[in-house]
Design a binder for this molecule. Structure first.
Ligand SMILES: *Cc1c(COP(=O)(O)O)cnc(C)c1O
Length: 314
């Protein structure tokens, strides 16, 4: 599998017309690696590092619905590297992603969520004792390399704006570990741009969720020896989390159906569909009108198919 830098992902108009705003979407779901998404964008950088460091196996963490684990185990398999996935036994239902992870012959090690970090350390120690050189990737591709992936995406957005003589007033996306948001915010800071980047949380609540984004931003800025920023720079919105990770409602299903019908784009109930709905609500609540708005499609196409039955019954 080629994991070299891919071309900038497409940005195009949406049919959405809410409050006379102009809506655009950046299609990171079309990154040409293992069904794409933000985890593919991050994985490219992690695997360059893996090759550079000459690691011979990969250890990471995620639930059975994890896009990150699908992509990491897919690329690892293509490189002939054994992949170990520490997975919380609380979320072990079968999904399209978990089936693919099995297909790629990753070794899934289940443990209670409270024992995850202990289990990771134990596995890494064990591999080292056996003479291996394991590479550890944090869950979701968190860390400065993951942040770098979205500083790069921010550059692509700038290029699009320069070519089309337009400027996005808002960038919306779904925020989980906050790495995607941290990268976008760092891109904005490095370019001294004045716009709003709005992360719609898919799980975490504030103040914790917002703080993790801020810590990632400052950790990245630190690596460049740049000045730190404050919490006011982080718009991490937890109003649309509902009952937490994976929780959704009828309005989200309706939104997913509408976007599929009018734009032919698949969204899902855990990440992108939830955030798209959250974006609509946020725009209504804050009376945002006549603006240029970019939504980033962060991927998760296999989850769309997991949700398809629910959509039909909606
Ligand atoms: C993991 C994931 C996210 C969350 O990204 P973070 O960088 O962890 O905030 C968003 N969308 C999709 C489809 C994901 O798989």
């Amino acid at each position: 599998m080629e994991i070299e830098r891919f071309n900038a992902t497409p940005i195009h108009r949406l049919s959405e017309k809410l409050n006379n705003n102009h809506f655009y979407i950046k299609r990171d779901d079309l990154i040409p690696i293992s069904f794409g998404g933000n985890k593919a964008r991050k994985a490219v950088l992690f695997f360059q590092d893996i090759m550079f460091k000459g690691a011979d196996c990969v250890v990471t963490y995620g639930s059975s619905s994890s896009n990150h684990c699908r992509i990491i185990s897919n690329i690892a398999a293509s490189k002939g590297l054994q992949c170990y996935i520490i997975s919380p036994s609380e979320t072990s239902q079968t999904t399209s992603n978990s089936k693919m992870i099995k297909l790629f012959e990753a070794e899934v090690i289940r443990c209670p969520i409270s024992e995850v970090s202990k289990t990771i350390s134990k596995k890494i120690e064990e591999l080292k004792n056996q003479g291996y050189n394991p590479y550890f990737i944090q869950g979701g591709g968190h860390g400065n390399l993951g942040t770098q992936a979205y500083v790069d995406a921010y550059k692509e957005i700038k290029e699009y704006e320069n070519n089309k003589y337009l400027c996005f007033d808002y960038i919306f996306h779904t925020s989980g570990t906050g790495t995607t948001q941290a990268g976008l915010v760092c891109g904005q800071i490095l370019n001294r741009d004045n716009r709003k980047i709005i992360g719609i949380s898919n799980a975490r609540r504030n103040p914790y969720g917002r703080q993790v984004v801020l810590d990632s931003v400052n950790s990245y800025l630190n690596s460049l020896e740049k000045e730190h920023v404050t919490i006011d720079n982080i718009n991490f919105i937890d109003d649309f989390v509902l009952d937490g990770y994976g929780s959704y409602n009828k309005d989200i299903l309706h939104t997913i159906k509408q976007v599929l019908l009018h734009d032919g784009i698949p969204l899902d109930t855990t990440y992108t569909g939830k955030a798209y709905w959250g974006m609509q609500e946020y725009i209504k609540n804050n009376q945002i009108i006549n603006k240029n708005i970019l939504f980033i499609h962060t991927g998760g196409t296999p989850l769309f198919f997991d949700d398809l039955g629910e959509l039909i019954n909606e």
